[in-house]
Structures are given as structure tokens and as C-alpha cells.
Write a protein that binds this ligand. Structure first.
Ligand code: ZN
Length: 163
């Protein structure tokens, strides 16, 4: 994904420019990354203290890229629920419970797995390795595309995903 892509709506008639949100780590400059680190660290410190999550969110969480992404998403969803416009501030709502049951609990389980081998005093983080790309993938895609019509209709008898 590039920093700005053009996408058409479902009708295909209007073009909409898509830009990265400010929580997209790979696309932040140093200033924005520093701001997001500050915001995330404050929020994670609050989360760890409030929910006593030390067995699941270890002190080394910031070293683990997947944990950083998971916690960023969890923070954004938390703020989306707990912050509202002034007119809605007194409204009884159920999405606060949904944040706990749908997002927090499953994220804590995922975070615990990510840092299962880390302790309070030591991090088991290993440097990520490059992903393996199957050398046959390009030919597979070329063959799949070649079986399709160029009229916009789906290919007849196409068995996408099979060999
Ligand atoms: Zn660790």
C-alpha cells in the first residue's frame, strides 16, 4: 500500500483518496512516531496498572512489534468508545462492555502468547526474520490471471487457489 491510494466506491463512479491513519506505524515520520509512542506508552501504563496485566503484558512489550500493533489497535478502540461528543456524554451505552468482552479479553490472550517466554526481568524477543516467499507464487498468479477473461466477467471454470 502506498501512502496515498485512489480507490473507487462500490458504484465505481466516484474516486476516493485513501490516506494512512495516524496509527499506521509504517507510514509515520519521526515526529508523528514520537507522538504516537508517547500516547501509546501512557495508555499501556494505564492499562497495565488498571487491569493488573503483568502476567500478560510484560514490561518489554514495546520491543515486540506485534504487541505494539495489537496495543495500538486496542488503544484506538478504547478511545473510540470512551471519548464522545459532549451531547452523548451522559448517554447510557453498551459499547463499553463490548470493548471489554470483544477487544480487551482477546487482545490480552494474544499478547500473553506473544510474550509467553518473557519475564519481568528478561525479554525473549528475537529479531524478526525475513518472510519466505514461495518462488512459484509469481507463476501461479500469472497462470491465474491468464485464465480469466478481460471483459470484467469472472472466468468460467476457474479454480482459483487450486493447483
Ligand atoms: Zn519480551
Amino acid at each position: 500500500m502506498t501512502s496515498a491510494e485512489t480507490s473507487t466506491s462500490e458504484t465505481g463512479s466516484a474516486a476516493t483518496q485513501l490516506v494512512p491513519c495516524r496509527f499506521s506505524w509504517d507510514e509515520l515520520d519521526s515526529h508523528d512516531a514520537r507522538d504516537l509512542w508517547k500516547e501509546l506508552i501512557e495508555w499501556v501504563n494505564w492499562l497495565r496498572a488498571t487491569y493488573q496485566t503483568d502476567t500478560k503484558i510484560k514490561p518489554c512489550w514495546y520491543r515486540h512489534r506485534p504487541a505494539r500493533e495489537e496495543l495500538t489497535a486496542l488503544m484506538v478502540s478504547h478511545k473510540a468508545v470512551y471519548r464522545t461528543d459532549p451531547e452523548s456524554a451522559e448517554t447510557y451505552r453498551e459499547d463499553l462492555t463490548a470493548w471489554h468482552t470483544q477487544w480487551l479479553r482477546s487482545s490480552l490472550d494474544a499478547l500473553a502468547r506473544m510474550m509467553a517466554d518473557c519475564t519481568r526481568d528478561g525479554c525473549a524477543h528475537v529479531k524478526p526474520q525475513a518472510i519466505v516467499v514461495d518462488p512459484e507464487m509469481d507463476q501461479f498468479v500469472t497462470d491465474d490471471v491468464g485464465r480469466r477473461s478481460n471483459t470484467g466477467a469472472p472466468a468460467s471454470g476457474s479454480a482459483v487457489g487450486s493447483r
